[in-house]
Design a protein around this ligand. Sequence first.
Ligand code: DGI
Ligand code: FE
Ligand code: FE
Ligand code: FE
Length: 187
Amino acid sequence: MNRKQLIDAVKEQMPAKRWEHTLGVMETAVMLARVYGCDADQAHLAAVLHDVCKYWPVKEQGDVIRENGLPADLLEYDKEIWHAHAGAFIAKRDYEVNDEAVLDTIRYHTTGRKQMTLLEKIVCLADYIEPGRDFPGVERIRELAEHSVDKALLVAFDGTILFLLEKGKKVYPLTIEARNSLIDDLK
Ligand code: DGI
Ligand code: FE
Ligand code: FE
Ligand code: FE
């Protein structure tokens, strides 16, 4: 499967609006990869696939996690985070992606994790700031992203954590670890 075929296949997995978001993440991730010196092809590939499962029925996302030994604790947290781990599994099984760095980037694009690689940070950040995103504070994160991936991503995770706290929701521990780790990276 070449990249064009891959793109056409992934596009089929989601509604047009979500595909527009994916195009925005592809463009932004490649731009950030060039600016910050990481592999643009890996960033592009991870961006193409990052939300491959997002619009699957939630039950199917859960089944991928349950039936393939993915972290079971995910199921005790918001369903919004399931598609990332499920997506990494599907990228490998159905789309011939074998690059573990790319698979980890898909896997952790939502929650983050401790000591994220530059590739993981860039795709996670691109997901927050792609041109179609419009949430309070996104402009500030876009500005920070011009100068520092770590500062921008820290503010982005802080916003997500605050949002979850305000809603009275649980926060997946990896998100807290990702946030703490970014503070260490900035020292
Ligand atoms: O799939 P996208 O909408 O493009 O973006 P995403 O994969 O970053 O999904 C983020 C959503 O997940 C966001 O609306 C907040 C929600 N969420 C729920 N629990 C958690 C969480 N996000 C993080 N980082 N950590 C959580 O524990
Ligand atoms: Fe996502
Ligand atoms: Fe996304
Ligand atoms: Fe500036």
